[in-house]
Design a protein around this ligand. Structure first.
Ligand code: PLP
Length: 379
């Protein structure tokens, strides 16, 4: 059997990883400035993470959600404390798309409405409702198109007001990324988020913050929207939550009532996934990684700001978009093949996306900065 060929692959086969480095099958070493797509939050193979998962394998890996699992309770407790959202409730699932799917469904159960408002440039995942609110016609199949999903322009308050004026009574939820990642590191204005919150309250609409990529300390805050003191009704998370172990979460405001069978999953919240997620939170707290994300992000931006061919830098913490004066693919390839550094791109072809682990060290950032300087100066 062959693999279904949907990914354009780099010709590199990593077989070992440690901290912010990867090694391929030829023994070549690479610096990871992409965190495997914003997933590696505490670095590859962190010793605490490894020990906790290995120990758990000796105990129990999985049982269904029909029995008690005290690891889920411990995870909820620690997540509540570190994020400052102790009064929210947690539903565990397996991925970002699934978290958004559950959030959209929960909103609709809650207010009985069926329309969803989303924004240009958005990416919320590839499953049914999640892809319907994703602004990329290439990945939305005919089965996913529906008039109930309404697109409004990013950061455009006037258009938002018009949509609510005409259809507010039918809009079940608004879904927005804390910071758009796939869209090219687009940061919402505080005025935009505040207006969404106000309109949601006025129209009994649920405000969903997709923090799948921007959450878990990446922005220098636990969740990016917390910088603005905005309260979301539902927050979704995944990626950095398990540092590579598949897990997603839906953080649900206490005003939502749970009932037996309302949401469910076979694998969500299994023992191994919980142990991975707890280890991530422990390391984030013990090693002050949110602070490090703020500090190292600021350092990178300061060092890069006068480089040639950089038009602008959009950044919060270690979620960094470097806008070039050209398509970034050659720069990205040169960083990878000539300097052995992984970086990412985005739907905006000019934007190089930088998402290193939150415990990145100064020497590692200097390696990236020097390499980027060399590549840009050679253009
Ligand atoms: C903001 C955002 N939401 C949702 C998703 C989907 O997450 P997953 O691929 O885990 O389903 C992604 C993935 O890139 C994302 O960036």
């Amino acid at each position: 059997m062959n693999l279904f060929n949907v990914y354009p692959l780099f010709n590199i086969n990593p077989i070992k990883a440690q901290g912010s480095f990867l090694w391929d099958d030829r023994g070549e070493k690479y610096l990871d400035f992409y965190g495997g797509h914003a997933v590696i939050s505490i670095g590859h193979n962190h010793p605490h993470y490894q020990t906790q998962l290995k120990n758990q394998l000796d105990k129990i890996s999985f049982y269904s959600n029909s029995v008690q699992n005290e690891l889920q309770t411990e995870l909820a407790d620690k997540l509540g404390k570190l994020s400052g959202l102790e009064d929210y409730n947690l539903f565990l699932c397996n991925s970002g798309a699934e978290a958004n799917e559950n959030a959209l469904k929960l909103a609709s159960f809650h207010n009985g409405k069926s329309k969803v408002l989303y924004f240009s440039g958005s990416f919320h995942g590839r499953t049914s409702a999640a892809v319907s609110v994703t602004d990329n016609p290439k990945i939305v199949a005919p089965v996913n198109y529906d008039k109930r999903f309404i697109k409004s322009e990013w950061n455009n308050i006037e258009q938002l007001e018009v949509v609510f004026k005409n259809q507010g009574s039918e809009i079940s939820s608004v879904i927005i990324e804390g910071i758009q990642g796939v869209g090219g590191i687009m940061i919402p204005t505080v005025e935009f988020l505040t207006k969404i919150k106000e309109l949601c309250e006025k129209h009994d609409t649920v405000f969903i913050l997709d923090e799948v990529q921007s959450g878990y300390g990446r922005s220098g805050y636990f969740f990016a929207h917390q910088e603005f003191g905005i309260e979301a009704d539902i927050i979704t998370t995944a990626k950095g939550m398990g540092n590579g172990f598949p897990i997603g979460g839906v953080l649900i405001h206490p005003k939502f009532e749970a009932s037996n069978g309302l949401l469910g999953t076979t694998f969500g919240g299994n023992h191994l996934a919980c142990v991975a997620a707890i280890a991530v939170l422990d390391v984030m707290k013990d090693e002050n990684l949110i602070e490090n994300a703020q500090k190292m992000g600021e350092y990178i931006e300061n060092e890069l700001k006068d480089f040639s061919h950089i038009k602008s830098i959009r950044r919060k913490g270690l979620m960094i978009g470097i806008e070039l004066d050209r398509d970034c693919s050659e720069v990205r390839n040169s960083l990878l093949y000539n300097h052995h550094i992984f970086t990412g791109n985005s739907n905006d072809k000019t934007v190089l996306r930088i998402l290193p682990a939150l415990n990145i060290q100064k020497e590692e950032t200097d390696q990236f900065i020097d390499a980027l300087k060399t590549v840009l100066e050679a253009i």
